[in-house]
Ligand binder design. Structure first.
Ligand code: ATP
Ligand code: MG
Ligand code: MG
Length: 387
């Protein structure tokens, strides 16, 4: 059987590998697993774990030699590594697409450049790389959020700022790495759109997802979104497809948007891979986002994105493994959770729960959205999560 490769061994790599295997592929995972005997979520299920750094030439060459195509589950793989792979194997998405999403400055520039086609703009923003940049901040940008240009995720590498002095302190606190100051917008709600494009240029789009964040981490995704109007959904889907075409991207891409009180749409950021807010597709759509990634990279026809059941996805953070405020770890009551009709449990094989760490997710599907929401509420009560 043919091999597919994935850069990164986290839960996204694991679910990608499982989808690839169900379509008959063998999967090689490249992940720097530092300690001997340690595993990673994707390494546990892959046929081969290449234990090498993301920029290790020998490791990359071994992956390329074995595989028909290589993808990435980790958006911060060095773009140079994807270029190196691409000299001898098909890589999707390629280094260009991934590098735009790795750098908030390049990403914002792309969004602004694409606005004529996509119809959406990002939040007002300014690059902060020096004291002079801070002195020159326009009052209009405050209050705002200072975000590191690289490596931020789950709200890490961001500080909310009200004044120029706050920006100074936050910039110093982040070690004066280059940052982006974004105007704090009054969000009515947040949505994301998954899209996928094949090597032939054909693209597909999934239903729009409504996302609730808690402490900077995705808490729930609800599809169809209770706040989303048909007009908003159509605009966001059109924008996502314009962007994927503009990038000449191959693979699954997720675009996050803000919706403001007046209903207008603002593009936030993109992820060059399957996304946490797309996990609902595993249980609620004809083709999951991971199966779609397999199809795109293997240069097969893209699959049907139709949603067959209303769904709510709940992230399972390590907090659910701790009883109250104690440090004692105990397994959540899966027997009770799984007794809920429509409960689809996905655990990532991580054996060291920590607060705030993504351990798995739970999707509730039902014939109607209110039923799925009611079941989610019950699951939260069982798991000790404030609904
Ligand atoms: P992810 O884990 O999705 O990659 P991230 O750490 O890259 O997250 P963002 O998506 O930029 O960070 O921001 C995290 C959350 O912070 C957003 O989903 C939104 O709730 C809030 N947020 C970010 N930027 C703004 C803004 N300009 N105005 C208001 N809220 C914002
Ligand atoms: Mg992000
Ligand atoms: Mg985000």
């Amino acid at each position: 059987p043919a091999w597919l490769g994935v850069m990164g061994g986290g839960q996204l790599g694991r679910m990608f590998a499982q989808a690839a295997q169900s379509m008959g592929y063998q999967v090689a995972v490249l992940e720097p697993v530092l300690e001997p005997g340690a595993t990673c979520p994707a390494g546990q299920v892959a046929q081969r774990l290449v234990n090498a750094g993301y920029d290790d030439g020998a490791g990359l060459d071994a992956l390329a030699a074995q595989c028909l195509a290589v993808t990435t589950e980790f958006e911060n793989v060095p773009a140079g590594s994807l270029s190196r792979l691409a000299q001898s194997v098909f890589v999707a998405p390629n280094a260009d697409g991934v590098s735009v999403a790795q750098d908030r400055i390049a990403e914002k520039r792309f969004f602004v450049g694409c606005a004529g086609k996509s119809g959406v703009l990002p939040a007002p923003h300014k690059v902060i790389a020096s004291e002079a940049d801070i002195a020159a901040i326009d009052d209009e940008l405050l209050p705002g959020i200072l975000k590191t240009v690289r490596m931020g995720y789950d709200g890490k590498g961001q500080v909310r700022v009200r004044t120029r002095d706050d920006v100074r302190a936050a910039f110093a606190g982040m070690g004066q790495v280059t940052c982006l100051l974004e105007k704090m917008l009054p969000l009515a709600y947040e949505v994301s759109v998954l899209t996928a494009r094949g090597v032939d240029g054909a693209s597909v789009v999934y239903p729009i997802a409504e996302n609730v964040h808690r402490d900077g981490i995705l808490f729930t995704t609800t599809v169809p979104g209770p706040n989303v109007s048909a007009d908003c959904a159509a605009k966001a889907q059109r924008a996502a497809q314009a962007m994927v075409a503009e990038l000449a991207y191959v693979g699954v891409l997720c675009i996050e948007f803000f919706v403001l009180a007046d209903g207008s749409l603002v593009v936030n950021e993109m992820a060059p891979r399957p996304h946490n807010s797309g996990h609902y597709t595993m249980d609620a759509c004809v083709t999951s986002q991971f199966a779609q990634q397999v199809r795109a990279m293997a240069r097969l026809p893209l699959g049907d994105t139709r949603q067959h059941s209303p769904a709510v996805m709940l992230n399972l953070l390590g907090d659910a493994w701790f009883a109250d405020d104690s440090d004692a770890i105990r397994e959540p009551a899966w027997d009770q959770v799984l007794a809920l009709p429509g409960a689809c449990l996905h655990l990532y094989g991580k054996d060291d729960p920590r607060r705030g760490r993504k351990m798995g997710h739970l999707t509730l599907v039902a014939a109607t959205l209110p039923e799925a929401q009611q079941r989610l509420h019950e699951a939260c009560l069982i798991l000790g999560i404030a609904p």
